[in-house]
Design a protein around this ligand. Structure first.
Ligand SMILES: Cc1ncc(COP(=O)(O)O)c(C=O)c1O
Length: 432
């Protein structure tokens, strides 16, 4: 990393830490999924990605405790030599959830590092979406080091993607496209319909999707946003996470066939050189798998859907600058300038609520914003209180900073929408 870059990041993080916006710690002795006490202030937190609220579920806690009682705190051996039978059980359940052969890596990042360098050949070309998650980029850097051709395209630009595939597919063995299912900052999603069409049209086009934030709250058995929007194509690989909606830890990798899955298990670095997930984690994953394979998952998904719909409608009603209109549990209220973000976060904290303030380098310099994640722990009343607080403070702060809503939208390449009477919530709720 260049020194100017690390100096810049250090400055941003140190300032944020002093102000209490980054690298904080909770002071609570327990976690109920919703409340945090930070610097003596007890607040409702809107930054957890445990979308279905499973992290506090008694069945998951019990699963973890049972596994510890039976197997201790670790089975300390590379899985290549020997793994606990619990791994077979959970991988078989995860394959059923995902609908195709699935293996479990210690984390999603390690899953990418185990898969991408193995599957991408030195005569392949790689295309990354500009906003693909950093963990995918890190794995792509590894193949770039092996002189694989890599290029980056503007975010979700399907027109450009098709132009590039048409060109590269004549010169390279395979053309890979790396994208997120749900983008972790703005909560927008990949254009699955167009990607599916391109998979059908170009025989050597391959799609790798990181659907970490799409897991559990969408799709049959919670298999995610990607597989909810397109069937598993033979040339597609889905990487996902058990650390968000699934309420656990670990990365899942789903392949269209046993052979690819076996290749990654045999050659993927974390399957050989990393230690296994702890029995407690595997026990909790098994309990969460049972919920995903039962009808209860649909009830949990519907509960979250109601919250997402309510949030979006209320944010529109209150004229808050919502950057993506997509219905996911990640919402981004743009403020553009870091100082507006600081003031908004402080005001909302004083009202007893906390969101994650997104800033550079997680987003571009002029794209700061309130990244709000919803979980089933939040009530509609909680969401209402948060949005009312933001709508009360934001216009005053924007004015104080000599800025305008129009300029905020402009910073995100958008036009401020006309104020429309939004009663879509009631209409949609009736039709949902
Ligand atoms: C989209 C996405 N992919 C991957 C990761 C990394 O996941 P892990 O911590 O399991 O490596 C994250 C982390 O939050 C993420 O948001």
């Amino acid at each position: 990393m260049k020194k100017e870059f690390t100096d810049g990041i250090n400055r941003i993080f140190n300032k944020n830490r002093e102000l209490g916006h980054l690298q904080g710690s909770t002071q609570d002795l327990t976690w109920d999924g919703k409340h945090v006490t930070v610097r003596g202030n007890k607040m409702v937190y809107y930054g957890s990605c445990s979308y279905l609220g499973l992290e506090t579920d008694e069945r998951l806690k019990q699963g973890a405790m049972d596994a510890i009682q039976r197997y201790g705190s670790q089975f300390s051996c590379s899985r290549t030599f020997l793994q606990m039978g619990l791994y077979d059980e959970v991988e078989s359940m995860l394959s059923e959830i995902m609908g195709n052969p699935t293996i479990l890596a210690p984390t999603t990042s390690l899953g990418h590092i185990s898969t991408i360098p193995v599957l991408v050949g030195d005569r392949d070309a790689v295309i990354c979406d500009k906003q693909v998650h950093n963990s995918v980029r890190n794995a792509v850097q590894m193949v770039k080091g092996d002189n694989v051709y890599v290029e980056t395209l503007p975010h979700n630009s399907m027109h450009m993607l098709e132009l590039r595939i048409a060109d590269l597919s004549t010169r390279f063995d395979n053309v890979w496209y790396f994208a997120d299912g749900v983008y972790s900052m703005y909560g927008d999603i990949a254009n699955f319909k167009q990607i599916w069409k391109m998979l059908d049209k170009y025989e050597n086009f391959r799609f790798y999707v990181d659907d970490a934030h799409g897991m559990s709250w969408a799709g049959k058995n919670g298999r995610g946003v990607a597989l909810n929007n397109m069937p598993h194509h033979p040339r597609m690989i889905v990487a996902s996470s058990l650390a968000k909606g699934f309420g656990n830890c670990g990365g899942v990798l789903t392949f269209s066939n046993e052979e690819d899955m076996r290749t990654i298990k045999n050659c993927g670095s974390s399957f050989i050189f990393s230690g296994p997930l702890q029995p407690a984690v595997l026990g909790a994953i098994k309990a969460a798998c049972e919920i995903h394979l039962s009808p209860e998952i649909t009830t949990l998904q519907n509960d979250l859907y109601e919250r997402m719909l309510f949030f979006r409608t209320k944010a529109h009603e209150l004229d808050l600058p919502l950057i993506s209109q997509e219905l996911t549990p990640i919402f981004y209220i743009g403020v553009a300038k870091q100082d507006i973000g600081f003031k908004l976060a402080e005001a909302v904290n004083k009202d007893g609520m906390m969101f994650n303030l997104a800033q550079f380098p997680a987003v571009s310099m002029q794209n700061a914003g309130a990244r709000i994640t919803l979980t089933n722990h939040h009530t509609l009343q909680d969401i209402n209180t948060l949005l009312e607080s933001m709508a009360y403070h934001l216009p005053r702060i924007v004015e104080e900073e000599g800025y305008s809503y129009e300029e905020i939208y402009e910073a995100f390449g958008m036009k401020r929408p006309q104020q429309v009477a939004m009663n879509a919530y009631s209409v949609l709720a009736q039709t949902a």
